[in-house]
Design a protein around this ligand. Structure first.
Ligand SMILES: Cc1cc2nc3c(=O)[nH]c(=O)nc-3n(C[C@H](O)[C@H](O)[C@H](O)COP(=O)(O)OP(=O)(O)OC[C@H]3O[C@@H](n4cnc5c(N)ncnc54)[C@H](O)[C@@H]3O)c2cc1C
Length: 473
């Protein structure tokens, strides 16, 4: 083997990268390649905020490769398959190495490419580098995939997690060709709505490592207490780094596993939720576009574009919902508790199809991740595996009381309400005209009237779900 192509996808790192490590061990010249698919199905492409992140992550990977005398070859086009085959031919490649992906569309593409390469005498090697346990390796006692998280987790947590793999690039030689300029991929938005993302994020591997180190030396010990508090930095905010593979999940796991029982049952458990999402999408490929529980395909959603738009824009009149939706727009990220609350509001109080919510998240989250997003939305709407039961309707007011008791989250993202005192900030409609004037608010002008009565919304949701359940039994 003289010339090995390493195909980077969702593993944009040089450390703990099994495909790269194996390629280096062959002693061949290494050709690092990234191909951006344009006009692909949405399952394979990125949403708008993720493209912003991807642009910077590719730039960062290229910079890191240059330190070792290499660089990242970029290309793009409608057919990733044709482009890869073209590169293999043009650069006389002997073997292609990649880390495996588990989304149905990606598996299909990888399989098709493998079929094309092997008859041409090009070897293909794939590796386990993106999850703690690969989906095909995990079965329950009956030999079936798990559909409930807790037994899945109890089974998986006893399986030893391999150490992050070592990659020694110092003696390697690289095939050098940069291909397209990064700007040609046109990943950055034409209208710069992501301008403020830099205030929250630095999309480089080093920034991910720094965030992990800070979290490990501080917040992780209080993760269980603080993880639901909307305004605190109680969670790791590592999701985009994990999604793009700038940090390997094994690196994160091993950085924290030694910290004892509380961390294992708290923080590390969340990493298994991420694995579980991959498990579900691999074993139930139809769940990418349809409810995992197929009876929910017939659910009579009430489509109302005006309501969805108010939700998207953070103009519902419910301060905690609006704060969360504006956090998403401004930072490209939303707190997990808030994702559940706004999701429940959309699908239950407003009876809008979860698909519309998932699409909006897909385009606005920097961590938009197909398995996690699908699982999250199907959980919220009750149509997925281990999903929230239909009668669980999050009450935004109670959620705000519990997880943003002094209203600081609302004040941060809905500044027009900042003057309202703690106990009243979540119910501006309950303020008297004098109070409203005193706090500088004109309901319906400076801040919207609430779009529904919360109890009526809840009752409507329960009635619709009950009627539906009765009709499918
Ligand atoms: C409706 C909805 C949509 C979601 N969409 C996405 C998405 O597109 N991308 C995404 O990464 N996560 C998604 N999640 C899961 C979760 O909200 C985020 O992973 C989490 O908020 C990321 O913040 P963090 O890194 O601080 O998490 P932490 O609490 O620090 O957790 C550490 C890591 O564990 C994983 N994780 C944590 N919670 C979950 C979970 N519930 N499901 C799966 N993995 C989890 C993530 O990789 C996360 O980075 C969604 C949840 C819901 C309810």
């Amino acid at each position: 083997m003289k010339r090995v192509l390493v195909w980077f996808r969702r593993d944009l790192r040089l450390k703990d990268n099994p495909a790269l490590a194996a390629a280096v061990e062959t002693g061949a010249d290494i050709f690092p390649v990234y191909i951006h698919g344009v006009e692909q199905s949405s399952q394979l492409s990125e949403g708008e905020a993720s493209k912003w992140w991807l642009h910077h992550a590719l730039e960062d990977l290229d910079t890191e490769l240059k330190i070792f005398g290499g660089g990242l070859h970029l290309d793009q086009g409608k057919s990733v398959e044709d482009i890869l085959l073209g590169i293999v031919g043009e650069f006389d490649i002997d073997a292609v190495f990649w880390n495996r992906r588990y989304q149905p569309h990606a598996i299909k593409l990888d399989g098709a490419i493998k079929k094309q390469l092997q008859p041409r005498g090009v070897e293909v090697y794939s590796f386990h580098g993106g999850v703690l346990n690969e989906p095909h390796a995990i079965k329950n006692k009956s030999g079936k995939p798990y559909q409930v998280f807790t037994p899945y987790w109890k089974f998986c947590r006893d399986i030893p997690v391999g150490d992050p793999c070592k990659v020694n690039l110092s003696g390697s030689t690289f095939i050098k060709s940069c291909g397209l300029m990064l700007e040609k991929l046109q990943l950055l938005p034409k209208i710069n709505w992501c301008a403020n993302f830099h205030e929250t994020w630095t999309p480089s591997r080093q920034a991910g490592l720094d965030r992990l180190a800070n979290f490990a030396s501080g917040a992780v010990t209080e993760y269980e207490d603080n993880r639901d508090m909307l305004v605190l930095d109680g969670t790791s905010m590592l999701s985009p780094y994990l999604h793009f593979g700038q940090l390997g999940v094994r690196e994160v796991y091993h950085r924290l596993v030694a910290m004892g029982e509380a961390v294992n049952n708290g923080y590390l458990r969340q990493l298994y939720w991420r694995d579980f999402a991959h498990h579900l999408i691999y074993h139930f490929p139809h769940s990418v576009t349809r409810p995992l529980r197929s009876e929910y395909e017939q659910f009579p959603w009430a489509h109302d574009e005006d309501k969805i738009e108010r939700w998207r824009r953070g103009q519902t009149g419910f301060p905690v919902i609006d704060a969360a939706m504006r956090q998403l727009w401004e930072t490209g990220w939303m707190h997990n508790r808030a994702r559940m609350v706004v999701g429940s509001f959309l699908v239950k109080h407003l009876l809008q199809n979860w698909v519309g919510g998932a699409d909006w998240f897909w385009n606005t989250l920097v961590d938009a991740d197909l398995p996690n997003n699908i699982m999250g939305w199907q959980w919220v709407s009750g149509c997925g595996a281990d999903a929230a039961p239909y009668f669980r309707v999050f009450n935004p007011l109670r959620q705000a009381e519990r997880f943003d008791s002094n209203g600081d989250y609302v004040r941060r993202y809905v500044p027009e309400l900042a003057g309202i005192p703690d106990g009243r900030i979540n119910e501006p409609w309950s303020l008297t005209p004098i109070e409203l004037e005193c706090y500088g608010i004109k309901l319906g002008v400076t801040y919207p009237e609430r779009m529904i009565d919360i109890n009526e919304g809840r009752d409507g949701a329960l009635a619709a779900y009950q009627k539906f359940k009765a009709s499918v039994v």
